[in-house]
Design a protein around this ligand. Structure first.
Ligand SMILES: Nc1ncnc2c1ncn2[C@@H]1O[C@H](COP(=O)(O)OP(=O)(O)OP(=O)(O)O)[C@@H](O)[C@H]1O
Ligand SMILES: [Mg+2]
Length: 297
């Protein structure tokens, strides 16, 4: 009997504590709601840490205090769409159908890094070393000089096994002290395994590993012609911090190239589809103030 009473006493105390916590939570919520209303009316905050500040002032304060280091892509017009660059050390999936410009985009990102003392590694699982180098030379980028200086390393791993690939990626990063990494493309992982389960599991493992390596990474993924999926196996986008989609769109009697940012962590990014061009020399040019599908058509 005494035990029962004691148990009940404990239960009551627990309930009381929970009740108090809930009340406190509600009070906080009320405060947040009031501040949110003020935000809309553009008045100054009446209480809390932002007291006396206007919405604009709070925005500036918050954005300067969130210490997201941004990595410039070097792609003309693109960084404007993503608050100045990709958050450092994030893994971004670069996806699109064949010929949409994924490899060129990724190469340009590495060249920009190499030119600014951020060494980069290009893991080429599709094209040969020479083909990749040639493509870069074609755009007028000083690929040979950067490679000699140890600021750019292009690697074509043997397609033996998945574990071997992971080791090659790690070793290559160590060799040049890479800050940027490109994998062209992760869809090739599908070739290592027969069972769909193993492919997905490996892509998840790869995603985890890439995050631990600490490079700002562009992982290229291919989608088939006319498909609406973001990736070949449907899991790649979930292990990425961001997804950039490149398009080749039929509009009227011609095809247009375009780009959109499907997600990017810690970033207020554009949600529009922007036209792009591939130029030689130079590379990709994004038009941030233009849209492919504007209301005017
Ligand atoms: N100098 C150039 N001017 C205009 N377009 C170019 C130029 N060079 C390449 N291109 C275009 O870029 C396309 C190739 O781009 P890229 O190799 O980056 O595509 P991708 O998305 O990587 O394709 P894949 O999935 O087949 O690897 C070519 O098909 C061509 O249309
Ligand atoms: Mg390619």
């Amino acid at each position: 009997m005494a035990e029962e009473i004691q148990l009940k006493f404990h239960e009551d105390a627990e309930k009381k504590k929970l009740h108090e916590q809930l009340e406190e939570h509600h009070k906080k919520l009320e405060g947040i709601k009031k501040d949110a209303e003020l935000l809309f009316r553009n008045e100054t905050f009446r209480s809390g840490e932002f007291q006396g500040l206007t919405k604009r002032e709070v925005e500036i304060k918050v954005s300067s205090e969130t210490d997201v280091i941004r990595v410039h892509t070097g792609i003309e017009g693109f960084d404007e769409l993503i608050e100045g660059g990709i958050p450092e050390k994030s893994v971004v999936l670069l996806t699109g159908m064949t010929g949409t410009g994924k490899s060129i985009f990724a190469m340009e990102f590495l060249i920009d890094g190499a030119l600014h003392n951020e060494p980069g590694v290009y893991i080429s699982l599709q094209e040969s070393l020479e083909e990749t180098m040639n493509q870069m030379r074609f755009f007028g980028w000083p690929v040979d000089k950067l490679a000699e200086e140890g600021k750019l390393l292009i690697v074509q791993p043997e397609l033996y096994n998945f574990d071997g690939l992971l080791t090659t990626i790690e070793d290559s990063i160590d060799r040049v002290g890479a800050k940027r990494l490109v994998i062209d493309s992760i869809s090739i992982i599908g070739m290592y395994f027969e069972e769909p389960f193993k492919i997905r599991k490996s892509l998840l493992d790869l995603g985890q590993m890439l995050k631990k390596l600490g490079c700002t990474t562009l992982a290229i993924s291919e989608v088939g012609e006319g498909e609406v999926e973001l990736s070949a196996y449907g899991v790649e986008e979930y292990v990425s911090d961001g997804v950039v989609v490149l398009y080749y769109i039929k509009k009227g009697g011609m095809f247009l190239r375009a780009v959109t940012i499907r997600k990017l962590r810690s970033t207020r990014h554009s949600t529009k589809i922007h036209p792009i061009e591939i130029k030689r020399p130079g590379g990709i040019v994004v038009y941030p103030s233009e849209e492919v599908f504007s209301e005017a058509g």
